[in-house]
Ligand binder design. Structure first.
Ligand SMILES: Cc1ncc(COP(=O)(O)O)c(C=O)c1O
Length: 372
């Protein structure tokens, strides 16, 4: 017999990417930023590590909200701060979906959306992306309470233009959550849609572009009434004092952000071109990772495992529609050079180039619909 609710008993739970404990790996599997955060962030954390830690933090993270509003070109009332965007995703699901409600998302995407729906005993409704990762036709589901769209998407790295998202918002029943964890690496985003559509919520995070995955800080930008409602569903003290101090310093140092993002975009172009030259089908990335298709499921698995044997971690998703693909985080130029050298070696190794022939058929290469 189980003490758990039936839906918890049934669900598998979210499987995060591997976080090796020995630190000897070149880690290109969980989309962390390869550059260190702003030194001002470290100073701010040191300054905040004082006797005030005996006091609870500000429940609304007022100063962080103000700084974030400044950076995002909105008002503090339109911003909610969370313990990473995962916390905000949890607050969203608690706020808008109950047992039996429909929670929609394109597939394949960030797998936490499914887990959150299951936690709520809601009905997870994945809608398959077409092969070009454009917006699926059936994404506007009647009666859906929450629709999640990661934009840019993970694992594909592709983006749906704001014009398509606007059209979707107009015909949606419930709220449309645009998870923009990777937006700082993209050429466009949907922030300004928040002013136009009362049902759009945009999520941002310090985890990726600000190099602060270890800190846990995210933002939800939405209409004031939505933010007010979500405040009721959050933990009172969901962001701690040290994270708040760090967030203010991080947002304040836009120079470091721009420099790091520019470095990642440059390496991303090099990585994407190199993979294409090797014969893989590479999806056009608007994020800090590159998703590429191999000749078969077998080839993808072999490559991932052989890289791992060489202490290089990339991400393989053993799920339909993505199981012949691999996702590699854009590391430093050196890390990516090392990854590519090893990948070339592996393909040559022991006649693997024949079995793991990476040339995709022409139709696979014809795929991507949106221009950048
Ligand atoms: C699409 C997407 N949303 C959200 C997150 C989590 O972000 P955070 O670290 O802010 O919780 C990730 C992390 O990988 C992600 O890929």
């Amino acid at each position: 017999m189980s003490y758990f609710r039936d839906n918890i008993e049934r669900m598998a739970g979210y499987q995060p990417g591997e976080q090796p404990k020995d630190g000897k790996y070149v880690k290109l599997n969980t989309n962390e930023n390869p550059y260190p955060p702003s030194p001002k962030v470290i100073d701010a954390i040191k300054d905040a590590a004082n006797s005030n830690l005996r006091l609870y933090p500000d429940p609304l993270a007022t100063y962080v909200r103000e700084n974030a509003a400044n950076v995002f070109g909105t008002k503090p009332e339109n911003v909610l701060v969370g313990n990473g965007s995962d916390d905000l995703l949890t607050i969203i699901i608690r706020s808008f979906a109950g047992p039996g409600d429909k929670v929609v998302y394109p597939y394949p995407t960030y797998m936490l959306y499914k887990t959150l729906a299951e936690l709520q005993d809601a009905i997870a409704c994945p809608i398959d992306f077409p092969d070009d990762y454009s917006l699926p036709n059936g994404i506007s589901v009647k009666g859906a309470k929450v629709t999640f769209v990661a934009n840019p998407n993970s694992p594909s790295g592709t983006i749906i233009p704001a014009g398509e998202i606007s059209k979707l918002a107009e015909k949606m029943d419930g709220v449309l959550v645009l998870d923009e964890a990777y937006a700082d690496f993209a050429d466009s985003n949907c922030l300004t849609l928040v002013d136009k559509y009362p049902n759009i919520l945009v999520l941002r995070t310090l985890s990726k572009s600000y190099s602060l995955a270890g800190l846990r800080l995210g933002f939800c930008i939405a209409n004031e009434a939505i933010i007010q409602g979500m405040i009721k569903a959050k933990d009172s003290y969901n962001v701690d004092r040290l994270s708040m101090a760090a967030a203010i310093a991080a947002l304040d140092d836009q120079e470091t952000l721009k420099r790091n993002v520019a470095g990642i975009k440059e390496t991303r172009a090099f990585l994407s071109n190199s993979l294409s030259e090797m014969g893989f089908f590479v999806y056009p990335s608007q994020s800090n990772f590159v998703f590429f298709r191999c000749s078969s499921v077998f080839a993808a698995r072999q490559i991932m495992q052989k890289l791992k044997n060489r202490k290089i971690l990339i991400r393989y998703f053993d799920i339909p529609k993505a199981d012949d693909c691999l996702r590699v985080t854009v590391g430093t130029k050196e890390e990516i050079g090392y990854f590519l050298d090893n990948l070339r070696d592996i393909i040559k190794e022991e006649g693997l180039s024949k079995q793991v022939a990476v040339k995709r058929k022409k139709e696979a290469a014809a795929l991507y619909k949106y221009e950048h």
